[in-house]
Unconditional design. Structure first.
Lengths: 342, 328
């Protein structure tokens, strides 16, 4: 009896010291929470990384960017993830310094259901802002007709569709509209949910595309990934150079490269309406939010190693899941920034 | 008779008066009393904790907006200005609309099943109705998107405009989604509750009541409508309020078909928004503290609405009992 007690006490002691010291043999469990948009690629990464490094397990909950930031600030997760950079105000609320690391790129595309129109439409920046402000109400408005020579557009009322659930997709879309329209910026602004001047709300990408499919003369926006995976027709959008560009993984990476030159050191940058002739203007980074000081050495090493892996090998999994890769200058800049984690 | 005698015999040696605490404890009475009391009070405790949590967590928006939160219709997460009126309006309109359609429908069905249909048919149909009540709401939402919305745009909407288009209720563009569609989907969801409960209540009405009415020369319908239904009035009202509670709190099915546009409009075709829907939609991605706090406050508003409506329901039941109906 006493022997059993002794052995179990010994085992218990070993276990607790093992957890506290976290030697090379023990498992490092990292908790993370945040954005839903990059969830498929994050799941893939964390899974592959775990098979290559069995001692590190990363548990990611895709609860939304807002929730991810809140949990990070509350200290209930080891790192967060967000579809938009944290604001100065939020960073000042934090008890510790938080670093941003761009991981992948996403884009948002306009999609529509206009009776008689089967091809890809072109939209000027002014047209998209006008439609979503409720200033352009007919499909045969000169602003739309001028960009689409040879296409016969009906004289019907435009039915505007937007996301009803708060989402990074809406943030990217409204961020773009804020950059191209002063009126949008001053009256509506950019956020995951905004006060939409016009339109119906659909829940999720599937809710928006469902409404568009069922409603003649509707226009809406969905994630590029969703449009690609469902073979949807989507429009070309005029970029900062005045060119009409179709969203693709290449044109989204080009947008990031266009913005990379002016990339701030903390990586908090919006790349909507980025300069360059080949850039798709409604693109965005998504970020991992990582505390600059991590007291637990094992966790710190695991996070730093994962970031290095993500920037090299991890990027090769992107295209299989329809995410655009980070451009090389951004990867180089991020690799240097990893050393800031202490 | 024998059992009564033995109890008296057993009690006799102790005392002639009320049994002592120890003996009641030994018999299990006191234990059962305590345990059930604890379980019952957890309900009260959970309710109080719920209200308390909501109250504390919406402090920011309570202080900022005060009472105008209930009367303004601005919901702007960017400029941090929040008013709940369009959501309260949308919740009330869709719930009332669903009851307006569901009550006559459900009551008529329940009367048929309990009074007129052969027992076997009645039991089969009731079984299916109970199944309907257990279908998850997201399924009803999908049904709404793929069946009710297109029907609304191509059949129901144009027909209503053609016949009743002069009413402000049926003016304006018809997108297929909106108050009326949400009301119809809610009707489909709550009607099983009304039928199921009302049928059970109608079946408990004693045979004598029907037979007495028939003996007095009433027709079968008169006996049902003037004697059986009034007798079961309390239970039927209960089923209606159960239905109302479900309609008020319904989230997924409503958000999929209501259009999610926080506007107040007299037209039933126009898109709207409900309280439960906006919480589900915006809570996860609420970025600013004020936005989150306002969502919590609107949750408190929904709680209060249910509370007030349930209170009114109790009053109504008391009032109808005073006016007649069955004695118990």
């Amino acid at each position: 009896m006493r022997k059993i007690l002794l052995v179990s006490l010994l085992l218990l002691g070993l276990l607790t010291t093992g957890a506290a010291v976290a030697g090379p043999d023990s498992t490092v469990l990292l908790n993370a929470a945040g954005a839903t948009f990059p969830n498929p690629i994050y799941s893939k990464w964390f899974d592959v990384y775990h098979t290559q490094h069995p001692s590190v397990q990363i548990n990611y909950q895709s609860i939304g960017s807002g929730g991810g930031i809140r949990q990070l600030l509350a200290g209930t997760v080891d790192f967060g993830a967000s579809d938009r950079p944290m604001t100065d105000d939020q960073l000042s609320q934090a008890k510790f310094k938080i670093l941003h690391f761009p991981t992948v790129l996403g884009a948002v595309v306009p999609t529509y259901n206009v009776p008689g129109v089967t091809g890809e439409l072109n939209f000027t920046q002014h047209a998209l802002a006008g439609i979503y402000l409720g200033a352009i109400t007919k499909w045969n408005d000169p602003e739309i007709v001028r960009a689409n020579p040879g296409v016969s557009l009906p004289a019907d009322d435009i039915v505007v569709v937007h996301r009803s659930d708060g989402s990074g997709t809406s943030f990217i879309w409204t961020d773009f509209l804020s950059k191209v329209s002063d009126q949008w910026k001053s009256t509506v602004g950019a956020d995951a949910s905004v006060k939409w001047p016009v339109g119906l709300g659909g829940k999720g990408n599937e809710g928006v595309s469902g409404l568009i499919k069922q409603t003649p003369d509707a226009i809406g926006y969905v994630e590029l990934i969703y449009a690609l995976q469902n073979n949807m027709t989507y429009a070309n959008v005029q970029n900062a150079s005045g060119k009409y560009v179709k969203a693709s993984l290449a044109s989204v990476t080009a947008a990031a490269a266009g913005a990379a030159k002016a990339m701030p050191d903390d990586f908090r940058v919006s790349i909507t309406n980025a300069p360059g002739p080949a850039t798709y203007p409604i693109s965005s980074f998504t970020w991992l939010l990582i505390p600059a000081q991590i007291s637990d050495g094992a966790k710190r090493d695991a996070i730093k190693d994962f970031l290095k892996w993500m920037l090299k090998e991890g990027q090769s999994y992107n295209e299989g899941l329809s995410y655009a890769q980070l451009p090389k200058p951004v990867i180089a800049k991020e690799s240097k920034a990893i050393s800031q984690i202490q | 008779m024998g059992s009564t005698a033995t109890t008296i015999d057993r009690a006799a040696p102790h005392d002639a008066g009320p049994r002592s605490f120890v003996s009641r404890l030994r018999d299990g009475d006191e234990v059962a009393h305590l345990i059930t009391l604890i379980f019952a009070s957890t309900i009260l405790l959970i309710t109080i904790m719920l209200v308390w949590e909501l109250w504390v967590n919406c402090r920011l928006s309570r202080v900022q907006f005060g009472w105008p939160f209930f009367t303004t219709s601005d919901w702007d997460p960017v400029f941090n200005h929040f008013g709940a009126l369009p959501f309260i309006y949308g919740t009330l309109v869709t719930s009332v609309l669903s009851l307006v359609i569901a009550v006559p429908l459900g009551l008529a069905a329940a009367i048929f099943l309990s009074e007129l249909a052969p027992r076997r048919i009645s039991d089969t149909i009731s079984f299916m109705i109970d199944l309907l009540a257990a279908v998850p709401s997201v399924i009803y939402g999908l049904l709404g998107i793929f069946v009710v919305v297109p029907m609304m745009r191509t059949v129901i909407g144009p027909a209503l405009k053609h016949t009743l288009g002069f009413l402000p209720l049926f003016k304006g563009p018809n997108y297929g989604v909106g108050f009326l569609t949400a009301g119809i989907v809610l009707t489909i969801m709550v009607v099983p509750f009304i039928i199921s409960v009302s049928r059970e209540v109608l079946l408990t009405v004693p045979r004598d009541q029907r037979e007495a009415a028939l003996a007095l020369g009433a027709t079968r319908w008169e006996a049902t409508w003037k004697v059986v239904v009034p007798w079961a009035r309390t239970g039927i009202l209960g089923s209606v309020f159960l239905a109302l509670a479900r309609a008020l709190g319904e989230t997924m099915a409503v958000t999929m078909v209501i259009g999610n546009d926080p506007k107040i409009s007299a037209s039933l075709f126009s898109p709207g928004y409900s309280i439960a829907a906006v919480i589900a939609n915006e809570f996860a991605e609420a970025f600013s503290d004020m936005h989150l706090s306002s969502l919590v406050e609107i949750g408190l508003v929904l709680f209060l609405m249910t509370f007030i409506l349930n209170g009114l329901a109790r009053l109504l039941i008391v009032a109808t009992e005073r006016g007649g109906g069955h004695p118990s």
